[in-house]
Write a protein that binds this ligand. Sequence first.
Ligand SMILES: [Ca+2]
Ligand SMILES: [Ca+2]
Length: 189
Amino acid sequence: MGNRQAVLSPEKLELYQECSFFTKNEIIKLYHRFRALDPDIVPSFMPNDCVESILIPPNVIYKMSELQANPFLERVVKIFSKDGSGHMNFENFLDMFNVLNDQAPIDLKAIYAYKIFDSDNDESLKTNDLKMAIQKLTRNQLTETEMSTVVEKVLEESEMDDDCEISFMEFEHVVTRSPDFKSTFHLRI
Ligand SMILES: [Ca+2]
Ligand SMILES: [Ca+2]
């Protein structure tokens, strides 16, 4: 590693490498990206006992160029933040990039995509969640009637047991067969 200054302890770096799809260099790069969000809050070297408590507020994360175009920006940040508030520590940040990374398997992406679409957090996708998702995807361009047609269509295509809600299994079945899913649910580092 030459004389480059460490940003994380060797144990943490090792651990993050084991628990993610990233190399140590990529993790260091992500740490620099995290620190750049607010160098006054994030130290140049992260002591082990501060990793969980040093938080970046959601409004700062929303401004990241990698995330800005994402219609589900707020949901994404909330889902990956530890307490659901949108405040992120470095581990949350790393997790977010890890799941959205190209190397992450599609079934892992599907788990998080389901949570992101489940806007009322009841672990089921019903009409209200689908409406919210479609509104975001279409940037509120649809009329009420068009919206209902799209919701019906989505249910029709995903539903297997006709209970008017999309279970995780039904969701996974659809998205893992969709050629667009993996490419739209990603974030480059
Ligand atoms: Ca729901
Ligand atoms: Ca169902």
